[in-house]
Design a protein around this ligand. Structure first.
Ligand SMILES: [Zn+2]
Ligand SMILES: [Zn+2]
Length: 246
C-alpha cells in the first residue's frame, strides 16, 4: 500500500491573471502565493486572443519588461493558446509565439465549434504535435472535445509535448474527472510525461491540486513521469528550448 499523501508540484505551469478579465489576481499576487506554498517556479499563461476577454497581443509582446524572478520564484511568461480548427491552427502564429516562454495549447468552447467529433479533435491534436512552439497540451479531458485517446497520447509523447492534468477542469468541467481516469491511466501505461497544474484564475488557488493529486495517487502514477514535481526539470527544458537561464 502506497503512502496516501498529496502530490504537490514545485512549479505551477498554468496560471491566469487580471490580464484576462475572468482572472482575479496580479502577477505579483500569484508569485507571492506560489512562494507561500513553497513553490520554486511559476508560469504566467493568460489566454490567447481568440478568447473573448483575452489580453491584446501587446500583452505578450511586452513580456521583456518583467523580471526573471519575483521574490525568489523563477518566472516564465507564456500563453494558453487556443486551438481554433481541425488543422491545429493556434490563435497566435510563430511570429507572436516567439515572445512567449511557455506555450500551452488548449481546446475551449469559446474559441472553436463544439461539440466536436473525436475525429476532428484528433486531427487538430495531430497537427498541434507538429508545432514546435507548443510545450503542453492543456486539459485534454473536456467532455466536448473527446479524441482517440491512446494513439494521440502516444503521439504527444513522441512529439515531446507534455500532457497536462488540470485541477480546475477536474473541479469545474462536467465529465472531466471521468475522462481523466482514462487519460492518465493511458499515460501511466505508455510512460507519457505529464505536468500537474492548477489553471488558477485566483492567487488563492495557486499550487492547490487536491483532485488531480488524488487521481494520480489512485492510479499509483509514477512520480518520475510528473515532470513539474521538480522545478529544475522545467528550468532545464526552458534552457534547452529557449535559452532561458534563471
Ligand atoms: Zn480562463
Ligand atoms: Zn483552458
Amino acid at each position: 500500500m502506497t503512502e496516501q499523501i498529496e502530490i504537490t508540484a514545485a512549479a505551477d505551469l498554468h496560471t491566469h491573471t487580471v490580464a484576462s478579465t475572468h482572472g482575479y489576481s496580479t502577477i505579483n499576487e500569484n508569485a507571492a502565493a506560489a512562494k507561500a506554498r513553497g513553490m520554486k517556479l511559476l508560469a504566467v499563461t493568460d489566454h490567447g486572443p481568440a478568447m473573448p476577454d483575452a489580453p491584446h497581443l501587446w500583452h505578450f509582446h511586452n513580456y521583456k519588461v518583467l523580471p526573471r524572478e519575483i521574490d525568489g520564484v523563477a518566472m516564465l511568461y507564456g500563453v494558453e493558446a487556443n486551438i481554433i480548427d481541425e488543422n491545429g491552427t493556434l490563435d497566435m502564429d510563430a511570429k507572436e509565439l516567439r515572445f512567449c516562454e511557455w506555450v500551452i495549447a488548449s481546446y475551449h468552447t469559446q474559441c472553436v465549434q463544439f461539440p466536436r467529433t473525436p475525429e476532428l479533435v484528433t486531427q487538430g491534436y495531430r497537427k498541434v504535435c507538429e508545432n514546435p512552439d507548443v510545450d503542453v497540451i492543456g486539459h485534454p479531458t473536456t467532455a466536448f472535445f473527446p479524441f482517440e485517446y491512446e494513439p494521440v497520447l502516444k503521439l504527444f509523447k513522441e512529439a515531446g509535448k507534455l500532457v497536462e492534468i488540470n485541477e480546475s477542469s477536474l473541479r469545474w468541467k462536467p465529465g472531466a474527472l471521468e475522462n481523466a481516469k482514462t487519460v492518465y491511466a493511458l499515460c501511466k501505461k505508455h510512460e507519457i510525461p505529464i505536468v500537474l497544474n492548477t489553471d488558477a484564475h485566483y492567487a488563492g488557488l495557486i499550487g492547490k491540486t487536491p483532485l488531480a493529486s488524488q487521481l494520480l495517487l489512485d492510479l499509483d502514477f509514477p512520480k518520475k513521469l510528473i515532470v513539474n514535481l521538480d522545478a529544475a526539470r522545467i528550468a532545464e527544458l526552458a534552457a534547452a528550448k529557449r535559452g532561458i537561464t534563471f
